[in-house]
Design a protein around this ligand. Structure first.
Ligand code: FAD
Length: 395
């Protein structure tokens, strides 16, 4: 990948020429983009990741992810990171209780030690592990892609926020839920589903021992009245409390977050959860003042696909944004593995590589996307607790 810095008239070339192979640009150094870059490197194929964040610690990484054997764990295995994963993972994080608004436990998923298959790992720890498999020079931090132009002879020219540019033969959009690159291949747009608020209880065992004991070693989910209230432990002793509600796409923008709106927000949440068991509403009361962040939850239409092109493709949320029900990161990781394998198998024939990857990815994403869409509907239904409990009893 050759980077042309307009200001330095090309002297700022900082990347390999793909060792004679295609010039591959990956936009987004999130979970999927880093798996792809690490896997390509393992196959001896050079690629450059362009990430808008200034570095791994540029922003808070959020909560924890359970990695599944057939997808997330498979990716770690193929990257030679199984040992590293075991050292960071928390098998006890799999512990999950489903409750109804009265505080009754309807299902308790608590695998015996050593028998669980989906251990949790903090998102920040996972990204650090993945980054360890990517050569330092292959990640270009602090580079936000602001424009993409198709080149007459094939391939693309990327423009960055600082005005610099780079050309590539294959462009991979790994730029997440709000992907800018998605529009290059499809008109499909994410559809609003719900509002999601997250609050935190730091140092929970010491500062809020009763609340921490109630949450247990993993997570809990209370459902009913078209609302969810969740609580999940991270490896750093933080408990993240989440609130999901069906509401319009503008609701989040109308809220006042941070310290200024804290009292108002807590009062609003108390009203929302009026009549719920005190140990559940007590989760909200226990949160650190000002810790609230909010976002809209969206998903791409299930079965989104596009006509394959040799010079551009997508992976992860950019390709198949799903409701956050335990699959997005896992599928993004599997995409990274399978796209790298296809590129390695087909050599210079990028057309065949992209088509092979997309054929499998479209079918898999349609299947998993349909399952998560069904779970999302069930999770915010009036009888959500019973439906979720039944799901976990079968699992
Ligand atoms: C609340 C919540 C909980 C979730 N829980 C789970 C779970 O338990 N299990 C699970 O499997 N999944 C979960 N997910 C989904 C998971 O987070 C995503 O599916 C996953 O992160 C997708 O990976 P990705 O690499 O496609 O995108 P991301 O990890 O979002 O990475 C995209 C990257 O692209 C960068 N980027 C964006 N635009 C540009 C640009 N223009 N130029 C350069 N860089 C750019 C971003 O900075 C980011 O680093 C959850 C999601 C949410 C919202």
């Amino acid at each position: 990948m050759t980077r042309q810095d307009e200001k330095s008239e090309g002297r700022n070339d900082r990347r390999s020429e793909g060792r004679g192979g295609p010039r591959i640009a990956v936009v987004g150094g999130g979970i999927g983009g880093l798996v792809l870059a690490g896997m390509l490197h393992r196959h001896g194929i050079a690629a450059t990741v362009y990430e808008r964040d200034g570095g791994l610690d540029a922003r808070a990484q959020g909560g924890t992810l359970d990695l599944h054997p057939e997808s997330g764990q498979r990716a770690l295995d193929e990257l030679g990171l199984t040992e590293g994963f075991r050292a960071e993972a928390r098998p006890e994080g799999e512990n999950l209780r489903i409750l109804d608004p009265a505080g009754r436990t309807l299902a308790h998923h608590a695998p015996e030690p050593g028998t669980g298959s989906r251990p949790e790992i903090d998102r920040g720890a996972l990204r650090k592990l993945l980054l360890s498999r990517v050569p330092e020079t292959a990640v270009s931090w602090g580079n936000r892609v602001t424009g993409v132009e198709a080149l007459p002879a094939g391939g693309h020219r990327l423009t960055f926020a600082d005005g610099s540019r780079a050309d590539c033969d294959l462009l991979v959009g790994a730029d997440g839920a709000r992907s800018r690159l998605r529009a290059l291949v499809t008109q499909a747009r994410p559809v609003h589903l719900s509002a999601y608020l997250q609050l935190t209880i730091t140092d929970a065992d010491r500062r809020r021992p009763r609340v921490a004991a109630f949450v247990g070693p993993g997570s809990l989910m209370a459902l009913g009245d078209n609302l969810n209230l969740g609580a999940q432990r991270s490896g750093d002793g933080t408990i993240r409390v989440s609130v999901s509600l069906r509401t319009d796409a503008g609701w989040i923008d109308r809220q006042r977050f941070g310290d200024a709106g804290w009292t108002e927000t807590v009062a609003r949440l108390r009203t929302l959860y009026a009549g719920w068991a005190p140990e559940l509403t007590g989760l909200i009361d226990a949160c650190d003042p000002g810790s609230l962040v909010g976002r809209n939850i969206e998903a791409l239409p299930v079965g989104t696909r596009w006509r394959s092109r040799p010079d551009v493709t997508l992976l992860g949320d950019a390709a198949h944004l799903m409701p956050p029900l335990g699959e997005g990161a896992n599928q993004a990781m599997l995409d990274g593995v399978l796209l790298a394998r296809a590129i390695a198998r087909h050599g210079a024939d990028l057309s065949a590589a992209v088509a092979a990857y997309e054929t499998e990815m479209f079918d898999r994403a349609a299947e998993v996307g349909a399952e998560t869409a069904e779970m999302e509907r069930a999770g915010l239904a009036p009888d959500a607790a019973e439906r979720m409990a039944a799901f976990f009893r079968q699992a």
